[in-house]
Design a protein around this ligand. Structure first.
Ligand SMILES: O=C(O)[C@@H](CO)OP(=O)(O)O
Length: 404
């Protein structure tokens, strides 16, 4: 038996008046996800436990089959694992976004949490400069993908509160700076970084080309290394993870999966959708399980781009779900789980913790009797009456059958 999870980050949404009250999932052409909903189990799943911030970290831990209440210790320790950064028990990792802040009437506003989706090549130059100028002591600066980077505070403080920058789009950052013991040291770092980034050649060129400068850093998603049993230890499963972003690859590392690097996988709208499907099918020839993640729908929604979100959903269905469905037929009995990690409503430009629609297809199971007019959507999933209240239990149903 082969198992695969196909995850469109932030894919679900809310009814939108411009779409006649439909959601992007309903407006998009998704024949492959509709077929999985028609021929499989369709339901809602609560990936974000009550009381947790609806981040992709918590939500994807649930989808990987891990109860966040028992293992979640912050986002960036997971990203550190993907980047090969060792964390000792006293070390604290922080996500470091390269962002663009703009001044208005004496206050700084979050112009763009991604600094105009700065390229990884440009970002690496800026992170190297910050390591050169501000590193060497307890603080370390490590380059990741595009605007997503990491700072490690060796022996640092971890009892602080932060706000994710993508929750602040267009807002003053004045009341959202780090708070708690040690925050003043981090705010000093952020201020020092601003002075160093201002007029850096990368930013001078970006502004000349009318691109947003990465004029600030934003720290958030902190934590210490988690303790997680691998999927081999828990279910005897071998597996691989196919993703562009370090968060998902890092969860895969802790889950004991092989990280499959796909050329052209960008974590953005221009990613290599079909390449992810092809590499996932190749991995399944020799492994039991693959987790395939596409970031694009979430990035479109964070930027408030409705047409781009619909386009990303359609690309995910056509270039990922379709080829995986076709390719799996040659590999024998299989189960496919398709879902988002969380909703990212375009109108809100950030995540919500509402339950998300899933379709769980089993090649050996009979087609659901009442499914002839099913679509894969939030409303159809709600009509099904199926609701998995603890999201991490859905993984059990994937690998042990729907009876669980
Ligand atoms: O990587 C990030 O910074 C966030 C926002 O884009 O992505 P996700 O919501 O998938 O964690």
């Amino acid at each position: 038996m082969k198992y695969i999870i196909l995850l469109g980050d932030g894919m679900s949404d809310e009814p939108i008046s411009e779409l006649g009250g439909r959601t992007p999932l309903q407006a998009a052409q998704t024949p492959n996800m509709d077929a999985l909903a028609r021929d499989g189990e369709l339901g809602l799943v609560q990936t974000v436990p009550p009381g947790y911030h609806p981040g992709s970290d918590v939500a994807n831990l649930s989808v990987f089959g891990y109860d966040p209440k028992t293992c979640y210790s912050g986002r960036s320790p997971l990203e550190a694992a993907s980047m090969g950064i060792h964390l000792g028990p006293a070390d604290v990792a922080f996500r470091l976004n390269l962002v663009c802040l703009t001044p208005h009437y004496g206050k700084l506003y979050m112009e763009d949490f991604s600094a105009g989706h700065i390229s990884t090549g440009e970002a690496r130059q800026l992170i190297a400069m910050l390591e050169e100028e501000l590193g060497g002591g307890p603080f370390e600066f490590h380059a990741g993908v595009s605007y997503r980077h990491l700072m490690v505070w060796r022996g640092g403080r971890d009892q602080m509160t932060f706000t994710p920058p993508h929750d602040l789009s267009g807002q003053s950052v004045e009341n959202h700076l780090p708070r708690g013991e040690g925050a003043e040291e981090l705010i000093h770092l952020m201020t020092s970084a601003q002075m160093l980034l201002n007029n850096h050649p990368v930013n001078v060129r970006r502004e000349k080309e009318r691109q947003l400068p990465a004029n600030s850093i934003w720290l958030w998603g902190h934590g210490k290394a988690p303790r997680m049993a691998t999927l081999q230890e828990r279910y005897g499963l071998s597996g691989a993870v196919v993703a562009a972003v370090d968060l998902i690859k890092g969860i895969g590392v802790y889950a004991g999966l092989e990280v499959v690097e796909v050329p052209g996988a960008t974590g953005y709208l221009d990613t290599n959708y079909r390449g992810k499907a092809d590499y996932a099918l190749e991995a399944l020839k020799t492994r039991d399980f693959v987790y395939l993640h596409v970031e694009a729908p979430d990035e479109a929604a964070h930027s408030g781009m409705l047409d781009e979100k619909i386009r990303a959903i359609e690309s995910f269905d056509r270039e990922v779900v379709g080829p995986v469905r076709a390719g799996l037929k040659a590999l024998g009995p299989h189960r496919i789980l398709v879902l988002p990690d969380h909703a990212t409503p375009v109108r809100k430009k950030t995540h919500t913790d509402q339950p998300v629609p899933y379709a769980l297809f089993d090649s050996a199971a009979a087609t659901q009797p009442d499914s002839d007019r099913r679509e894969y959507s939030e409303a159809a999933a709600k009509r099904s009456g199926v609701h998995v209240a603890e999201g991490w239990r859905l993984f059990e149903r994937l690998v042990r059958g729907a009876a669980h």
